[in-house]
Ligand binder design. Structure first.
Ligand code: AMP
Length: 610
């Protein structure tokens, strides 16, 4: 692995990267930076979001540009305003120690005059959305005659959004001699056509498999019905106390409804879609970045520019119309070396799409089970206990209160104290999930999972995701116990701090014996298993419970019953509802938002009119 200096970047750039905490180049940076520095050949780069592609194209440009010359030398086009702003800000960070380099970001929805003024002062780098860039070219405020680099970032998305005409116009305004750098996560026909028509023998680089999903993302699907889709979503959120997720929806209306319901049910959630004003979108994104909001419900387009590295989950409430978009969605998690999970809720009809997606991401979906109430309670409990274990005690501050606390609790022994403390936190939740129903769409289960119900024994195992367990590791661990030849392993559910697996009933005793006599350990933690009863449908109760809440990851807040849907409390996220017709359609709002102009006619794909 090289350093940034070894890739050919000068010290001021390296220093800025050190300040940003970039220790070593990512794969795409290692490939793109020396290539662009040493050659004027066009470049076609296959790169997912989150792979460090912004630095991959902008650092070599910063290395090569002439900072004594105020002409526009690089134009970077990006599909959305948010992404353009993000790229512009990233580049400004990269040139912290290059005082003569100026960057202007141009996009709709913001003062054209300010942008023109900034351009007049002289900028070597312009980052823009296609619509506003073309407007400024037409007004002669943006002159691209001296451009040496044209970057098309997220080219697939620009074409999906119908920006073909704008791209043509920008390309026309740039000189033949420029170097074109095209970055895209997917390469459908339309993008290949751009590469063919506008690039000369481009060099191809990739940060991984073409069109494949991030290595760090596990893909799971849960079989649900329309009735259980929303309750299943809530259970997933409840199972993961530290969830920090985007829930993707197809339409603005669906987005608003899911967000409204989550807020009503006490979750720390808000919505992001094209019916919101730019100010509202900025505010929601700001809160989500600061984690004031833990769950963001968004359309594909609206979530485009959101750069958050620590998402634990991407939840697909409904799959996107264009399955290529699934890569974009799932690529929002598993970034910057973190692990992530992308969960898809599918009904029987939607299941077929999974296979198409598997071909694109070159990975298999793992069938997950909507967690039972008991599993959720168990997970939350263990999580709380872990937190108690790990909490740092501030002796000096708490010291003065301790004597009176000890005195008050004098009559309770250790066991009683633990029971009372756990009950304080969990009574409402236990009640909420008492007799909760199985939400899995059993009628739609695959033959494999149906078989497991009869022939399999379900085991609890005391390690989970937090112990870096994944299905492959668990299978390896089971095989290591030499239970028997070719024993069948059924469904596997990996949870945060523990997991479940199913094994051929005939090997039930042998499995228990093997684990108890081998005493395996996982990273120093002793592993144990026990048989757990399979949960099937119970009689859920409806209405008016006062269960736990999720707002800041703590408990004790208002929550309505599982599966309730009528909204009594309107949150401020119900602002911006628009009429049903347009909101029911896939969100293409960024094309119009903030003054971006609409091109007539789509490119390759038929755009729906909204
Ligand atoms: P991008 O794919 O350009 O959106 O980058 C994804 C995230 O990774 C951004 O938050 C970057 O700041 C971060 N990043 C990019 N390159 C590096 C690097 N070499 N080291 C650490 N973080 C990086």
């Amino acid at each position: 692995m090289s350093t940034f200096l070894e890739l050919g970047l000068k010290e001021p750039i390296n220093k800025a990267l050190t300040d940003l905490g970039y220790e070593k180049p990512t794969v795409i940076q290692e490939k793109a930076i020396p290539q662009i520095i040493s050659s004027t050949d066009d470049l076609k780069a296959f790169a997912q979001t989150g792979t460090g592609k912004t630095a991959a194209f902008s650092l070599p440009i910063l290395e090569l540009l002439d900072s004594s010359n105020g002409n526009v030398q690089a134009i970077i086009l990006s599909p959305t305003r948010e992404l353009a702003v993000q790229i512009g800000n990233n580049i400004k960070d990269f040139c912290k120690y290059l005082p003569d380099v100026k960057v202007t970001t141009v996009y709709g929805g913001s003062s054209m005059e300010d942008q023109i003024r900034s351009l007049k002062r002289g900028s070597q780098i312009v980052v823009g959305t296609p619509g506003r860039t073309v407007d400024l070219i037409k007004r002669r405020a943006l002159k691209l005659g001296n451009v040496q680099w044209l970057v098309l970032d997220e080219a697939d998305e620009m074409l999906n959004m119908g920006f073909k005409d704008e791209l043509d116009k920008v390309l026309e305004a740039t000189p033949e001699t420029k170097q074109t750098l095209l970055f895209s996560a997917t390469f459908p026909r339309e993008v290949e056509a751009i590469a063919r028509n506008y690039m000369t023998k481009p060099v191809e680089i990739t940060s991984g498999e073409k069109n494949s999903g991030s290595e760090n993302v596990t893909h799971e699907f849960y079989a649900v019905t329309e009735r259980t889709r929303y309750p299943a979503l809530k259970r997933i959120a409840d199972l993961n106390p530290d969830i920090y997720a985007i829930i993707f929806c197809r339409t603005r209306r669906e987005t608003q409804e899911v967000a409204d319901n989550l807020i009503r049910d006490g979750y720390s959630a808000d919505s992001l879609h094209g019916d919101l004003s730019q100010g509202q979108r900025d505010s929601v994104m700001g809160k989500f970045r600061k984690k004031t909001i833990k769950i963001l419900v968004a359309t594909d387009v609206a979530a485009r520019g959101l750069d958050v590295n620590e998402l634990t989950h991407v939840l697909n409430h409904k799959l996107p119309d264009q399955i290529e978009n699934y890569t974009h969605r799932s690529g929002r998690t598993g970034r910057a070396g973190n692990k992530g999970i992308s969960i898809v809720l599918v009904n029987g009809k939607e299941k077929g799409k999974l296979r198409q997606i598997e071909r694109i991401i070159k990975k298999k979906f793992i069938e997950g089970k909507v967690p039972s109430g008991k599993e959720i309670v168990q997970n939350q409990l263990m999580n709380l206990i872990d937190k108690v274990h790990n909490i740092e005690v501030n002796e000096t501050q708490i010291g003065e209160f301790l004597p009176s606390i000890y005195e008050k609790l004098e009559d309770l022994d250790r066991e009683e104290l633990i029971k009372k403390f756990v009950s304080l936190e969990f009574n409402t939740m236990l009640k909420y999930y008492e007799n909760s129903k199985d939400l899995n769409d059993l009628g739609r289960e695959t033959s494999r999972s149906r078989a497991t119900a009869d022939n399999m024994t379900r085991f609890f195992i005391n390690i989970g995701r937090k112990d870096s367990l994944n299905p492959a590791k668990l299978i390896g661990l089971i095989n290591d116990q030499n239970i028997g030849d070719k024993i069948e392993i059924g469904a596997i559910d990996i949870l945060d701090t523990f997991s479940f697996f199913e094994i051929d009933k005939n090997f039930e005793d042998k499995t228990l014996d093997a684990f108890s006599s081998n005493q395996p350990d996982s990273d120093g933690r002793s592993v144990n298993i026990e048989i757990t009863k399979k949960e099937r449908s119970g009689g859920g109760r409806r209405g008016g419970r006062k269960p736990f809440g999720k707002k800041d990851g703590g408990f004790g807040r208002r929550r309505s019953s599982e599966g309730g849907s009528s909204s009594s409390r309107r949150s401020d996220s119900s602002r911006g509802r628009s009429d049903r017709r347009s909101s029911d359609r896939p969100d293409r709002s960024d094309r119009n938002s903030g003054g971006e102009r609409r091109a007539s006619g789509g490119f390759g794909r038929k755009r729906r009119e909204s």
